[in-house]
Design a protein around this ligand. Structure first.
Ligand code: MN
Length: 513
């Protein structure tokens, strides 16, 4: 169980009532305990489920919901109606509930005991009846939730709960995310901007400007010993590749990149931040020849790459929404094999039905997605305020299916957009010394890219090989934001209609509640 999941738990509440007598409730209780233990032991669900007993009345339901709200460890509630649970008794509790809800429609026994079944058995094992009653009230009240149906011992059912559990942990974590913007978003860029107050209100992320001059105070104080130690770590982790700059410049630049990393780490730690953005025109003092110059001598790309790998969300050019989303994606994906990264749509490759888009950034791609050991290289970078040789990790990325996602601010709401992509192997690019990935947007470049553009998508995204639409759907449901998906089934006419329908839905949504 990954460490990040250990700080959370999911509460299991079983719905019942006293109509069938105390013995029935005792039975309900023991079945529930066994099921919770079984789910925890199954090894599929990475967040621990805690059994919170049966709820047999409106008061009991309300109490457990209020307790869930007040316990920061509780990332969500799983409900299951063992017997018939008249759902009006859930109204007041559901009105209070502020945590994600999963409604699990299952049953203790797999098969009907054909030879033994009697009225007592049928009254006791009544989730087919009780869960539907509960579902009606949730729908009547417009309660966002995930509904999982199936036998609780089956791995595919447990995996659906696992998706929700991972996302619930990500949403709980988002509530505590502080994102530091070193500098602002880049001049004149629309998509990186938006309403940070609304962002915190909806999704929990707290985004703060942090002055680069204060970051420079940290930079000044980084000791040689700490820098040397970090360079030794680089030598162990990466292939050292010295090219046109020669050894002297190479090590000077790697050294300053290491100092920048240490400074950034310290600020993030001191401020309790788990996401950040940079701005390539705001790197400290402008005049490098001034006698008391203090500034980064290069874009801190290497630091961004390495911090991302440790779960610090990153967004380039002041892109706070993607930085926060990358943090959440990292939390959700803990322990999954192939990795995730911040990426940017850079250059198109037209090749018939294999047309693709090269993903990269100036430097900042997470080494988690590298196909093999990254090379630590120093090359001239002519973008931004420092046109300098700059350290970076260079690699190509794994192949296979993946999904990119972004959040955009539409003025009256946030929209989460996801898109399935197929990552393919690029041809050698010996003159392009940056990390990259190459993908075909699904269902084809032409349809996929058009849908992304129509949805108002961004050129920066949070990418993963390991998760799929189900995760993002759960995320949007929990945070109450719009979700549109682009996948192998997307057609433009239908997609446009979805966007139009959603426009109306989100206008009316508040009125319905
Ligand atoms: Mn960019």
């Amino acid at each position: 169980m990954a460490k990040v999941f250990e700080q959370y738990e999911l509460w299991w509440v079983t719905g019942a009532q006293l109509l069938y007598g105390g013995d029935a409730v005792v039975k309900v209780d023991s079945h529930s305990k066994e099921m919770v233990e079984g789910l925890n032991a199954g090894g599929n669900i990475p967040v621990k489920i805690v059994y919170k007993g049966t709820a047999n009345s409106s008061k009991e339901v309300e109490q457990v919901m209020l307790a869930a709200n007040n316990d920061p460890k509780c990332a969500g509630i799983i409900t299951w109606m063992h017997t018939f649970s008249p759902a009006k008794m859930w109204i007041k509790g559901l009105q209070q509930l502020q945590k994600p809800l999963l409604h699990f429609h299952t049953q203790y026994n797999a098969e009907i005991p054909w030879g033994e079944i009697d009225m007592d058995f049928m009254n006791l094992n009544q989730s087919a009846h009780g869960d539907i009653e509960f579902g009606h009230v949730c729908t009547r009240m417009r309660i966002a939730r995930k509904v999982v149906c199936g036998y609780w011992k089956e791995a595919k059912v447990q995996k659906q709960i696992a998706v929700w559990a991972r996302v619930a942990a990500g949403v709980a974590d988002a509530h505590d995310v502080r994102c530091l913007m070193f500098g602002m978003n880049m001049n004149n860029v629309s998509v990186t901007d938006g309403d940070r107050v609304e962002f915190e209100q909806r999704m929990g992320y707290h985004v703060d400007y942090y002055p680069v001059s204060s970051l420079m105070e940290y930079y000044k104080k980084v000791s040689d010993a700490d820098t040397d130690a970090l360079i030794e770590e680089y030598k162990k982790l990466y292939t050292i590749k010295i090219d046109e700059t020669g050894e002297k410049v190479y090590w000077e630049k790697v050294r300053n990149a290491a100092r920048a990393e240490i400074a950034l780490r310290r600020v993030l730690k001191d401020k309790g931040a788990t996401a950040f953005t940079t701005n390539f025109d705001d790197l400290g003092d402008v005049d490098v020849d001034a006698p008391d110059f203090c500034g980064f001598d290069q874009i801190p790309g290497l630091a961004c790459q390495r911090l991302m790998e440790e779960g610090i969300g990153f967004g380039a050019e002041g892109y706070w929404k993607t930085a926060c989303l990358c943090r959440t994606l990292w939390v959700i994906s803990q322990g999954l094999p192939k990795g995730c990264s911040f990426l940017e749509d850079y250059t198109l490759n037209f090749a018939g039905d294999r047309s693709s888009c090269l993903q990269s950034h100036m430097l900042e791609v997470c080494p988690m997605i590298a196909v093999d050991k990254p090379k630590l290289e120093v090359h001239f970078l002519g973008i931004g305020i420092r046109k300098q040789p700059t350290a970076r990790l260079v690699f190509t990325s794994k192949t296979g299916p993946g999904i990119k996602a972004t959040v955009v601010d539409l003025g009256n709401r946030f929209r989460l957009i996801s898109q399935e992509v197929e990552c393919i192997e690029p041809r050698p690019m010996p003159k392009l010394p940056v990390a990259s990935a190459l993908w075909i947007p699904q269902p084809t470049f032409e349809i996929g890219a058009a849908a992304w553009i129509l949805a108002g998508g961004t050129h920066h995204s949070a990418f993963s090989y390991d998760i799929d639409e189900e995760y993002w759907e759960d995320f949007a449901e929990m945070t109450g934001i719009e979700y549109v998906r682009i996948n192998r089934q997307t057609d433009i006419a239908g997609f446009k209609q979805t966007l139009r329908n959603n426009e109306v839905y989100y206008m009316l949504n508040k009125a319905l509640k």
